[in-house]
Every structure is written in structure tokens, then in C-alpha cells.
Design a protein around this ligand. Structure first.
Ligand code: ZN
Length: 333
């Protein structure tokens, strides 16, 4: 049986079974929940891809020799192949685009066409992280029920509904390990095939939003997490001090103390997030792509938000001054 290269995903309750198929062989990855996959993607470091994207964008026919362009492709291929070794799904989906195809191209025009495709593919991976981080951050920030939160974040978000998925339906007697029943009572298995990372993450994100999984964001460090208990908690279990104390152990007291002493500054922080988020929303709702005035892209907002989360934790821990924190809060005004 022939299956084209791709990531094949079969939902199994709130978990997914994932198979990487290289065109011949299937390799199953560990089972994860939708929420675990989303949280993992939102925290991976895409800086190496961002740097190489900037380099690639700047390389034109006029200023770059074919040899230099090839070097950049090789760098991208290397980064893609060695990306997040503990979660091979990213590397696999990135190398679908950068699988060395360019090495067989020997015409310069075709190489530049490949370059444009590569720029596009890298941009969409980076954009997906910025967009889903932004939307997930808003989701966690809004007070209310899951339904109210979902309603708020999806309003006016047409771009989130554009995606099309390639559906795979397999009858259970197909003699392939990957089609073993995830729900043994049914005569068929339904799943999806993915060729690129943004589509896959979009699918994951929509599943997380469709069911109430308790997606939360740590008030202290800004990381996403799923609480262990049904009880609402605002702090994650990540270790934050040299002596092994977690956000949950140190966060509440630090936040309480700073709310007493710096309530105006923290209100200023909240206002800045709301203000800048509206700039992103406004830009997304525009039909034309021209940025005007105070418009902000997802990428710009995300870069600022990440810096802000870091600055808040540093400020609460007494590592940076009030002025420095205020500087970041108003860094993109
Ligand atoms: Zn935390």
C-alpha cells in the first residue's frame, strides 16, 4: 500500500496518535493530548528559523551568488533536520519543505522560485506561533466561562477559519499498524494528513478550543499549562528558583506583595496589553495589507508580549527596577 509522505494523525479521545510516513515506512510518535501539543509548540524557540529567514529574504539575484544562496538553503535544511530533537514532529514537518530538493535544481531561475517558496514556508511557521500564542494569551486573560472566552477570541478572526484539512478514512481491515483502531468498536478510523507545521498546529488549536481543556497561563512566568486539578489555579509547576521552588510556590506571594505596592504599574501593564491587542485586531480586520498608523502585526505583538512576560517575572522577583519594567510596558507605544 502506498502512502505519500506526511504526518498522519488519528484522534483518540482527547489524545492523538501520530505517524510520520516518509513515503514507505510509518514511524509512530508518542501519544499526546491536543493541549500538550499546543503548549509545546507555543514555547519552542523559533529564533534560529527567524534569523535564517531574514538572511534568505535579503538575498537577491543582484547581491547573492548561487553558491551563497545554496549555503543558506543548506543551513535551513540543517536547522530543520535538527530542530527540537525531543519532539520529532516539528523537524519532520519542516523537512517536508526542506528535504534537499533544491540540491537537484541547477537552473538559477528555479532556485529563486524555490527561494520564494522557502521564505513563504518559514514565514508561515513563525507567523503561526505568533498568532496562536497571541490568541491563546487572550483566551487565558479573559475572565468568564470557556464559551464566553472562545466567543470573544474568535470574533472577527476570519483568518482562523480559512484552513482546509486532508481527511483520511481507513477501513479497519487495512493491514497497516497505523490504522489499528483507536476506537475498536467502529468499523473505520478517521484521521488527517499534514504536510506542513502551520496546518497541523491550526488543527491542534481548533481541537483545544472545541473542548474545555482548562488551558491556563501562569500569572507569574507567562507559560501555558493545564492544571492538574479541577480547581482554578493561576500558577504553573515549573521550577523557578535555584532551590527548586515552583511558580505555584513563589508566585502568589510575589504577586500579592506587588499588587499592594505597585497597583498602578500593574494596571498600566494590563492596559498596555489590551491597547496593543486591539492594534493587532484592527490590522487583521482590514481588507488591504497596508499597515497604517498604530497597526500591529501578530509577529510584532508577540515579540513585545514575550519580552513583557519576561520583564514582569523579573520585576516581581526584584531583578529589574520599576522604570525598566515601565520601559518594556510602553516599549511599542
Ligand atoms: Zn509559571
Amino acid at each position: 500500500m502506498y502512502l505519500s509522505r506526511g504526518l498522519y494523525v488519528f484522534p483518540n479521545g482527547n489524545k492523538i496518535r501520530r505517524f510520520m510516513i516518509d513515503g514507505k515506512h510509518a514511524k509512530e510518535l508518542s501519544e499526546v493530548t491536543f493541549a500538550e501539543q499546543l503548549i509545546n509548540f507555543l514555547k519552542i524557540d523559533l529564533d534560529p528559523l527567524k534569523r535564517v529567514l531574514d538572511r534568505l529574504k535579503a538575498q537577491t539575484k543582484e547581491n547573492t551568488s548561487l553558491e551563497e544562496l545554496m549555503k543558506t538553503f543548506n543551513t535551513i535544511g540543517w536547522i530543520a533536520g535538527n530542530f527540537c530533537v525531543d519532539e520529532p514532529v516539528y523537524s519532520f514537518l519542516l523537512t517536508t519543505v526542506f528535504d534537499g530538493r533544491y540540491a537537484e535544481i541547477n537552473h538559477s531561475d528555479e532556485l529563486y522560485i524555490f527561494k520564494d517558496q522557502a521564505v513563504n514556508a518559514l514565514y508561515h511557521v513563525i507567523h503561526a506561533q505568533a498568532m496562536f500564542f497571541t490568541v491563546a494569551d487572550q483566551y487565558c486573560r479573559i475572565e468568564g466561562t470557556h464559551l464566553e472566552k472562545v466567543n470573544r477570541i474568535f470574533t472577527g478572526r476570519e483568518t482562523l477559519f480559512k484552513m482546509q484539512l486532508e481527511q483520511i478514512i481507513a477501513h479497519k481491515d487495512v493491514n497497516e499498524k497505523m490504522f489499528y483502531m483507536t476506537r475498536p468498536t467502529l468499523p473505520y478510523n478517521r484521521g488527517y494528513r499534514f504536510e506542513n507545521l502551520p496546518d497541523y498546529i491550526w488543527y491542534i488549536f481548533m481541537q483545544v478550543m472545541e473542548y474545555e481543556v482548562g488551558l491556563s497561563q501562569c500569572d507569574y512566568c507567562g507559560h501555558f499549562f493545564i492544571p492538574q486539578t479541577k480547581k482554578k489555579t493561576r500558577y504553573c509547576d515549573r521550577v523557578r528558583t535555584d532551590d527548586g521552588r515552583t511558580c505555584k510556590q513563589i508566585g502568589p506571594q510575589l504577586i500579592y506583595r506587588s499588587k499592594l505596592k505597585h497597583s498602578e504599574l500593574l494596571a498600566d501593564y494590563d492596559r498596555a496589553i489590551n491597547r496593543n491587542y486591539r492594534r493587532v485586531e484592527r490590522y487583521e480586520l482590514k481588507l488591504e495589507n497596508e499597515k497604517e498608523g498604530k497597526d500591529m502585526t501578530y509577529g510584532e505583538y508577540y515579540d513585545w508580549l514575550k519580552e513583557l512576560h519576561g520583564a514582569k517575572a523579573a520585576f516581581l522577583a526584584g531583578m529589574i527596577s520599576e522604570e525598566e519594567f515601565r520601559g518594556v510596558i510602553h516599549g511599542v507605544d
